[in-house]
Design a protein around this ligand. Structure first.
Ligand code: NAP
Length: 159
């Protein structure tokens, strides 16, 4: 029986979640479960071979999120603006509600500053402002959380 606490890593087949999942696997302190829409993808299979458990699910589907979070201690959350655009917000709300309903003890969520607020409404930067709204929603829910603001990736220069 696995005695380690389980962390569900979302976005693990991508850049951010992938680095979180690999760092956790290397540390070997927590058991790593990853959320993916496609358990048969090359990236999911690679993570499985490194020791991750795969949970198939979709941020559009609350039931799949709650099933993926079953028995988890923590969740790393990253939502993806560049594939879903405005739908990112509802997917983030689904993720946060699932975290709340699952009684997750520590939620780490990738968010960004609210540029609309900072510029007093002069500039709107949807992929940042929506994440800021998700940060506020998480706080209102009283979820034990850490928010991580990540800058432009160095890796962007490689691709
Ligand atoms: P990425 O490499 O493109 O990977 C996207 C990940 O999101 C994949 O693991 C994918 O999983 C998952 N995903 C997408 N839609 C999903 C859904 N409906 N349900 C469940 N999982 C879903 O993305 P990334 O760069 O790690 O993260 C993107 C976010 O980072 C964006 O919101 C962006 O604003 C933010 N960001 C980017 C930068 C930058 O410099 N690029 C800097 C700061 C912040 P599957 O395909 O396996 O399901």
């Amino acid at each position: 029986m696995n005695q380690k606490k389980i962390i569900l890593v979302t976005g693990a087949t991508g850049a951010q979640g992938g680095s979180v999942a690999r760092a956790l696997l290397a540390e070997n302190k927590f058991a790593v479960r990853i959320l993916t829409r496609n358990a048969a993808s090359e990236k999911a299979i690679a993570l499985e071979s490194e020791g991750a458990e795969i949970a198939e699910g979709d941020m559009d589907n609350m039931d799949s999120l709650k099933a993926a979070m079953k028995d988890c201690y923590g969740v790393f959350g990253v939502t993806n603006f560049w594939e879903h655009f405005d739908k990112e917000y509802q997917q983030g709300i689904n993720l946060i509600n699932a975290v709340h309903e699952s009684g997750i003890q520590h939620f780490v969520l990738h968010t960004l500053p609210d540029y609309s607020k900072l510029s007093k409404g002069k500039y709107s930067v949807p992929h940042c402002d929506m994440k800021a709204a998700l940060q506020e929603y998480t706080k209102r829910k009283g979820i034990p959380a850490t928010f991580v603001h990540i800058a432009f990736y160095y890796e962007n220069f490689l691709s």
